[in-house]
Every structure is written in C-alpha cells, then in structure tokens.
Design a protein around this ligand. Structure first.
Ligand code: VZ5
Ligand code: ZN
Length: 229
C-alpha cells in the first residue's frame, strides 16, 4: 500500500516524485512569487480577465484530510480572458489551504512571505475538454484563482458560512451541506491585479495542468476563520 503522501520529511514534497513522477516536472507549483522579476505582459492588460458566477445554496463541503473542499460545479459560470486565450473555463470546486498558525499556511509565497492561508477557486476548460478529470490531463486544462488570506479584526461573512459547518466534518472523508447561499464572487479581493504562470496541482499527483492566477491583494479573515483544527 503506497504510503499516504503528506507534509512530513518522510512523505512530503521532497519525496512525492518517488510515487508521483509528475512531481519532479519542470512546471511544479506552488512557487515563491518574486515580485522583482515578475514581468507585466501588455497582452494580459488588453485581454481583461473576466468572471461570472452563480449564487448557490446547499453546496456540499468535504473534509479532504488536508483541508476543506466545496463541490461547486457551475455550468453557468465563466472565467475567461487574461492568460486564458480564447477558451472558457467553468467553476468546479473551491478549497482552502491553511497552517497550524496564522504565520503560515498559504501554498504560494510572495518574496518569501507566506500568508495565513490561500483559497483556490478551481475551473476547467470547457471549450476543449469534456470533463474536469479529462481537463486535468492537459497543460491548459485547469485555471485556478488563488486568493491569499490575511488575518485581521474583521471576519469574512462568506468564509464564515463555510467554517461554521466545520464542526460537523471533523474527520477526513466526512461531508455536509452548507445551507447558506454562497456567491464565489465575494471571495475575490477588490483590487483585481494578479500574477499568472503555468504550473501544476500543488498536491499529488501534481499534474502539470494548471494556469495559475494569483491575486496580489489578500482578503481579510479572522484568526479563528483560518486556524481551526
Ligand atoms: C486544481 C484543484 C486540484 C485538483 C486535484 C488535486 C489537487 C487540487 O488542488 S490544487 N491545490 O488546486 O492543486 C489532487 C487530486 C487530483 C485533482 C485533479 C483531478 C485528478 C488528477 C483526478 O483525475 C485523479 C486525482 C485528481
Ligand atoms: Zn489548492
């Protein structure tokens, strides 16, 4: 039985490639975003990144063992423009990465700085592929919006709708429904500047199938919202 991958010295990112060959690839995520060498691309400014989401209630939230994931397939959603060429991407799910303390937890870092957490809004290329699983096998298959969490005094009402259900799914594999209406648009920061690069899933099997779009501006959450155990 293959050892469960994780983040310890014996099963963490440094040894993932033994079990998951793609983890040793040339476009692996996450990365440290060095703002001094990030170049601005006039093409991206010409093709504005646009998104449209639906509000949904009764979304299923799952304890993945590495965080929470909300299944949110939205055939009426659209993410397009910016680095996504002419293709339309559709929301599939969103999930969160956080750490033991609010001093760390994000997957990407900015000039070596980690944030308290990072929300990933996951989309797949419905122009070219027939399913999410198929899209995850192609270099332009997925587009993930990354939003950093900064810890502050004001809680985020939309995140609260999610974390308020976590007491019901304390263990890996447990799931429950979120009764409230969730609008993914509210997770995005007001400033819509972003960094983008071609990367991969940040966890095994580390497929190199993700166009990453990481917003520069974090959203504010409270300590409780991002360091629950
Ligand atoms: C982008 C969000 C995402 C999707 C997937 C993983 C991890 C992911 O999170 S992340 N942090 O955005 O990279 C790990 C399991 C992967 C899945 C994509 C689809 C698969 C590759 C399946 O085909 C089999 C294993 C699946
Ligand atoms: Zn993620």
């Amino acid at each position: 039985m293959a050892a469960e991958w994780g983040y310890s010295p014996t099963n963490g990112p440094d040894v993932w490639a033994r079990l998951f060959p793609q983890a040793g690839g040339a476009r692996q995520s996450p990365v440290d975003i060095c703002t001094s060498i990030a170049s601005s691309d006039s093409n991206l400014e010409m093709k504005k990144l646009t998104f449209a989401y639906e509000s949904q209630s009764d979304l299923r939230i799952l304890n993945t063992g590495h965080g929470w994931k909300v299944e949110a397939p939205q055939s009426g959603s659209r993410l397009e423009g910016g680095p996504l060429g002419e293709d339309i991407y559709q929301l599939e799910q969103f999930h969160c990465h956080w750490g033991e303390t609010s001093a760390e937890g994000s997957e990407h870092t900015v000039d070596g700085r980690a944030y308290a957490g990072e929300l990933h809004l996951v989309h797949w290329n419905t122009t070219k592929y027939q399913s999410f699983a198929e899209a995850a096998q192609h270099p332009d298959g997925l587009a993930v919006l990354g939003v950093f969490f900064d810890v502050g005094n004001e809680s985020n009402d939309e995140i609260e709708k999610i974390v308020s259900t976590l007491s019901e799914i304390k263990f890996k594999g447990q799931f429950t429904d979120i009764p409230d209406v969730i609008d993914p648009t509210t997770f995005l920061p007001s400033g819509l500047g972003y960094w983008t690069y071609l990367g991969s899933l940040t966890t095994p099997p580390c497929n190199e199938c993700v166009i990453w779009i990481v917003y520069k501006e974090p959203i504010t959450v409270t300590e409780e919202q991002v360091t629950y155990h």
